[in-house]
Design a protein around this ligand. Structure first.
Ligand SMILES: [Zn+2]
Length: 380
């Protein structure tokens, strides 16, 4: 996973070219020093990770980030580890930057059959009662985006994209674009959403093309070209009617494509048109992301703060958390050390199910991973 960072070196940014040598632990520190034998530069193995240049114990930083990933707020985490809340916030900010690069490095050219999209209401309040006048409060609250946008593949359970923004057409467009960038260029999945109408426009914008309607008569003006969905675009909605907080009716609607084409994708799984999985993941986000939906006085409640906690959740959920429905039975039970019962399941994360990696990552591994500046051929 290491590469030479020297911009003047021809081997810069390439992994596995055999140009690096370990050079021991300088000053008896925990990290090795690496030598690029091509350009003769030395660099520490933590370069480009959040551990670089920090004297704090790695275990402490990893456990603080893990605590945030499990959904304890910044102040709560700071109290547990007896660290200043601003230090915790600083580590989260640095970790989030790294994790966004990590997610971009792994999530690209993905092939899926389906994408479920949903928006989750997030209560963002940057103001505490009594501190600001009511007029200020309403003005500030209006400016805060209040929705978390989520896109998942219900088969591998992979969280494709997660974003924050208002529930508007502009943000729907941006989010659909974001999802499309993660998918392979030739991947044309079935999109499933709730009845929120801006998805229709956003998907049509993204997967449409100009069509020239034929002339109705031999003479007369040529009809204007029309922007139409591409034939491979499949899109179905689950429209729910809620009255007094009770679900009274669920309707299914195929918006683009035919019901036959939609069922061709869903029937082999024994599924009907649904958005059940993305709704379940919303629940998991509420449990794991402290800034969503809890009226706690947490630091980091603005849009940026929420973005950082979501960046952490995105990678933690995809790479570190085995998903119960993905586990596979082991051919032979494996005895555990200690008195517990034998292991009979092989844990599997969404990233493993999607073929992005072959093992369950620890958060420590993720945080220590040096993200190369460009894709590496072995992975492509
Ligand atoms: Zn070099």
């Amino acid at each position: 996973m290491h590469f030479c960072p020297n911009p003047d070196c021809a081997y810069r940014g390439w992994v596995g070219w055999g140009n690096l040598r370990a050079n021991g632990h300088p000053n008896g520190g925990p990290w090795r020093q690496l030598l690029c034998v091509v350009c003769r530069r030395y660099f520490p193995e933590t370069l480009g990770t959040l551990f670089h240049g920090k004297h704090t114990s790695v275990d402490l930083i990893v456990r603080v980030i893990a605590c945030l990933a499990e959904g304890l707020g910044i102040r709560g985490t700071a109290r547990v580890f007896e660290v200043d809340p601003n230090t915790v916030l600083q580590w989260l900010v640095e970790a989030a930057e790294h994790l966004q690069a990590f997610a971009r490095h792994f999530l690209h050219d993905i092939h899926v059959n389906q994408v479920q999209l949903d928006e989750l209401f997030a209560l963002l309040s940057a103001v505490k009662a009594g501190e600001v006048s009511a007029a200020d409060t309403s003005e500030r609250l209006e400016r805060l985006p209040q929705w978390v946008w989520v896109a998942v593949d219900p088969e591998s359970k992979l969280l494709l994209a997660i974003d924050v923004g208002n529930r508007t057409l502009a943000i729907a467009q941006r989010f659909v674009h974001h999802v499309a960038q993660v998918l392979a260029p030739d991947c044309a999945p079935l999109f499933l959403t709730d009845g929120f109408r801006e998805y229709l426009t956003a998907l049509l914008t993204h997967s449409g093309h100009w069509v020239q309607p034929p002339r109705r008569q031999a003479t007369g003006p040529t009809p204007k070209p029309r922007w139409m969905p591409r034939p491979q675009l499949l899109y179905a909605q689950v429209v729910k009617t809620v009255r007094r907080r009770r679900l009274v009716r669920v309707r299914h609607r195929v918006v683009f494509g035919s019901l036959e084409a939609v069922n061709h994708i869903l029937a082999p799984l024994g599924w009907h048109i649904n958005t059940a999985f993305v709704e379940r993941i919303n629940l998991s986000i509420r449990q794991h992301v402290a800034a969503v939906g809890r009226r706690v006085s947490t630091l980091c409640k603005g849009e940026d703060g929420l973005r950082q906690q979501l960046a952490l959740y995105h990678v933690y959920y995809n790479f570190c958390l085995p998903h119960a429905s993905l586990r596979q039975p082991l051919p032979q039970p494996v005895p555990t050390n200690g008195t517990g019962s034998a292991k009979v399941w092989r844990p599997c994360t969404p990233a493993m199910a999607a073929g992005l990696t072959d093992h369950v990552w620890t958060l420590r591994e993720v945080l220590l991973y040096r993200v190369p500046p460009w894709p590496q051929p072995a992975e492509g």
